[in-house]
Design a protein around this ligand. Structure first.
Ligand SMILES: [Zn+2]
Length: 421
């Protein structure tokens, strides 16, 4: 028998964990600064939460982990937004919270994709949803939060690509124009694009298979179909970004994969040549009809999601020094019949705030020193039978080998003095 992680999943082992703790710490600090509140929704929902009518995305059509239990169909969450808005509506938060409601989530998502570099079947996303109000300044501010997090992780080579899909009227006009354009090229397009043609022709422009066809390059551009309000809205988003010094580039081809976006859509990409053609770090946009879809009032929202695996790997590539987890302050060594005394001082040290390891197994003195060394303990406390009898302890400072003998009740004060506490 051979036991392995399922394809597309991976273990995060303890020696990699400080990277995760570091990025999670940055996220919690930044979201707190921006007054976002964490929300935790279930890892699975009833399938209809994700499989929305008329959704042409690959995610919904091909990649969801769906299972039946009796009569009911459930799906492991492939993304975070749907669950957050479902919760927003279910608990009528639009009535009890100040609007816009600012939410963030962090956790595992599941998509049955073909595993490849940077793409897993279980992956971790952090995302925010700013729901219940609409203003271009909120759009700029939302992008700024993601941008701040990316910068804080030491990723400097980034670019904000931004576009607008316009309001419903502009989008409808553009849809019609695209349908007219592609009507005569349908036989050149892939099978998925045939489905997209019916469900959401905008998504044809995202197709990776048909990307280089002439009919793609000749497709009409959305900007020609924007009405005045939509243009005005977009210009204000851009002037907001200018005001807070966030560099951007308008990318008219950016129509984003998901179907529910209106107005602002954006993608923040790494511009490091080593990370390949435009590796997306985070992406998101504004949505106008999502809240009412799950039974809430007509309200707009904006959000983005960041894949933490990619964020960590880009941060590593750029040489970010991840914060280490708490180091070992003290190590207690026992000599002879002193097991209880060792156990007691280990606990005393911990209760005084020292990260402590102690030798609680039968081992030679040499092995114990080796273990203290391997733990990189700053202070080594040695208890022998004589010391325990006299109520003293030998304390050694690993850094400069300074060694003293002190009364056991003075041990904490001695260490605290050494620590500068
Ligand atoms: Zn296609």
């Amino acid at each position: 028998m051979n036991y392995q992680t399922p394809r597309g999943t991976y273990d995060i082992l303890p020696d990699e964990m400080n990277k995760w703790h570091d990025v999670e710490r940055v996220i919690r600090e930044k979201t707190a600064l921006y007054r976002y509140h964490e929300i935790r929704t279930p890892y699975f929902e009833t399938t209809n939460v994700f499989a929305r009518e008329n959704d042409s995305s690959d995610m919904v059509n091909k990649e969801m982990y769906t299972f039946r239990m009796g009569e009911d169909s459930y799906t492991l969450r492939p993304e975070g937004t749907a669950g957050v808005i479902r919760a927003f509506d279910q608990h009528k938060l639009y009535g009890s919270m100040e609007m816009p409601g600012r939410f963030y989530y962090m956790g595992a998502m599941f998509r049955h994709e073909r595993p490849q570099k940077g793409r897993q079947r279980q992956f971790t996303q952090f995302g925010v949803e700013n729901i219940g109000a609409k203003s271009p300044e909120l759009d700029a501010e939302t992008i700024a939060l993601g941008y701040d997090i990316v910068k804080e992780m030491g990723i400097s080579s980034v670019k904000v690509c931004i576009n607008t899909l316009g309001d419903d009227a502009s989008r409808e006009a553009y849809r019609e124009a695209l349908k007219n354009h592609f009507a005569t090229h349908l036989d050149e397009l892939c099978a998925d694009c045939h489905r997209r043609y019916e469900q959401n022709p905008l998504r044809i422009l995202d197709c990776k298979i048909d990307h280089d066809l002439d009919c793609m390059k000749a497709a009409p551009s959305l900007s020609e179909y924007l009405n005045e309000e939509s243009k005005e809205y977009f210009n204000r988003v851009l002037s907001g970004l200018d005001a807070i010094g966030i560099p951007y580039e308008i990318d008219e081809r950016l129509v984003r994969g998901l179907d529910y976006y209106t107005h602002t859509v954006f993608e923040v990409v790494s511009t490091r040549p080593e990370s390949g053609a435009q590796a997306t770090i985070f992406a998101g946009g504004r949505y106008d009809h999502f809240v009412e879809y799950y039974g809430g009032p007509e309200m707009s929202g904006i959000g983005f999601a960041i894949g933490l695996e990619r964020l960590i790997s880009l941060a590593s590539e750029e040489g970010h020094v991840f914060e280490e987890d708490a180091p070992c302050d003290a190590y207690v060594i026992g000599l002879g019949n002193v097991a209880d005394a060792v156990l007691k001082s280990v606990q005393d040290l911990r209760h005084n705030g020292f990260v402590t390891e102690g030798n609680l197994i039968p081992r030679s003195l040499k092995a114990q020193f080796k273990s203290a060394d391997r733990n990189q303990a700053k202070y080594i406390i040695i208890l022998g039978e004589d010391e325990v009898k006299n109520g003293t302890a030998n304390v050694k400072r690993a850094g400069d080998k300074e060694q003293i003998t002190c009364k056991i009740e003075e041990l904490m004060d001695t260490l605290k003095k050494w620590e500068g506490r």
